[in-house]
Design a protein around this ligand. Structure first.
Ligand SMILES: Nc1nc2c(ncn2[C@@H]2O[C@H](COP(=O)(O)OP(=O)(O)OP(=O)(O)O)[C@@H](O)[C@H]2O)c(=O)[nH]1
Length: 341
């Protein structure tokens, strides 16, 4: 890679992935949001209409169709063959005026889904990336069962690690101390993600979705510059989180070398990379987004966040801070790291 690559279209519709383990409360949240005025002009993609209980909200009957309009102004559609096809179909139908306009999309995943492949699709399919912009991953965390699930289910830890925002559900059904305990674990597992708490889906969709700002995820760094070990009881599958400040301006070949080094040395063990880097010649810092081996083209920050610091947050397995710092330093400085580095 040399020179500045083009980034995604600023006109692209923001898209949110709503994930969370089986029974964690995704549908309960969506069912409430679909009735909320603030959620009008949203297109929601679910696996089955039946799950969200829409019957009395329908404006159009969805007999043959997989897209229905609700009286709240939302569109609801079921996932047909693949997410890419469903999103492309929605885009064309909106352009032809066959369905009302929508200004954001929410995709609900199934409970055991790993959100990473969806994120990969949105980051790598150029046509899709020009039409839809991955604006955030929201993970529901089961207030009743999370403390038991986190040790036994890698999916749960992965969903938490990949999220930009975490929603602890079922606060009405558990003591406040348990919610506080869960919040403590979440802060350790993914310190950059904002945590909200909900009872029976009573969460304003605007607070939950639109307030996500990638760069604000870096505000925690001032107090969390060390390495965080998340003890799950399964030592070999623990995730660590670390932050490496990068103050100097970066050039594109150096950044490409770093991405290559991450991909070849860590692969799927590097679950998430988020950050802000200042590129030489660019007025605004650029947001860095990586999910396992897939890295999106860096994009200029849309909001200037006062708390944000330049650097990279890494979440993964087997990350050694000193080694990573050295790798980043070498690649961004124009050097070629040795195989052992
Ligand atoms: N008390 C209480 N129950 C809740 C809350 N949220 C969800 N539930 C209940 O938990 C169960 C699962 O909720 P769903 O919203 O269907 O969860 P889901 O994540 O969509 O589940 P899957 O489709 O299996 O992945 C249902 O019985 C809900 O009524 C909550 O905030 N409080």
């Amino acid at each position: 890679m040399s020179g500045r690559p083009s980034s995604s279209d600023p006109q692209a519709t923001p898209l949110f992935i709503l994930t969370g383990f089986l029974g964690s409360g995704k549908t309960t949240l969506l069912a409430r949001w679909l009735r909320a005025p603030a959620f009008a002009d949203t297109a929601v993609i679910v696996n089955e209409f039946g799950e969200v209980g829409l019957d009395h909200l329908l404006v159009t009957e969805g007999e043959e169709d997989d897209v229905v309009l609700l009286d709240s102004g939302c569109l609801c559609c079921t996932l047909n063959s693949s997410l890419a096809e469903t999103l492309t179909d929605l885009f064309h139908r909106r352009a032809r005026g066959e369905i009302p306009g929508f200004s954001r999309v929410v995709v609900e995943t199934t409970g055991i889904a790993d959100p990473a492949p969806l994120m990969h699709t949105l980051m790598t399919d150029r046509l899709l990336a020009a039409r839809y912009h991955l604006a955030g991953v929201i993970a529901c965390v089961d207030g009743l069962f999370f403390l038991d699930q986190k040790d036994g289910f890698e999916e749960v830890r992965k969903q938490v690690a990949l999220a930009d925002r975490l929603i602890v559900t079922k606060a009405d059904a558990v003591p406040a101390e348990r919610i506080a305990q869960i919040q403590g674990f979440l802060k350790e597992m993914n310190p950059g993600a904002g945590v909200l708490v909900s009872s029976a889906g009573d969460l304003d969709p605007v607070d939950a979705l639109d307030q996500i700002e990638p760069s604000s995820a870096l505000a925690w760094q001032a107090s969390h510059e060390g390495l965080h070990h998340v003890h799950s009881g399964h030592e070999e599958s623990d995730f660590e989180t670390l932050f490496v400040p990068v103050e100097q301006a970066v050039d594109w070949p150096g950044y490409a070398a770093l991405v290559e080094a991450f991909q070849s040395r860590y692969g799927a063990d590097l679950l998430r990379v988020k950050g802000l880097l200042k590129f030489a010649g660019e007025a605004q810092p650029m947001v860095i987004q990586g999910v396992q081996h897939v890295f999106a083209l860096p994009e200029a920050t849309k909001h200037a966040s006062s708390g944000a610091r330049l650097g990279l947050v890494l979440i993964g397995r087997g990350l050694v801070k000193k080694k990573i710092e050295k790798l980043i330093d070498k690649c961004l400085g124009g050097g070629k790291p040795d195989a052992a580095e």
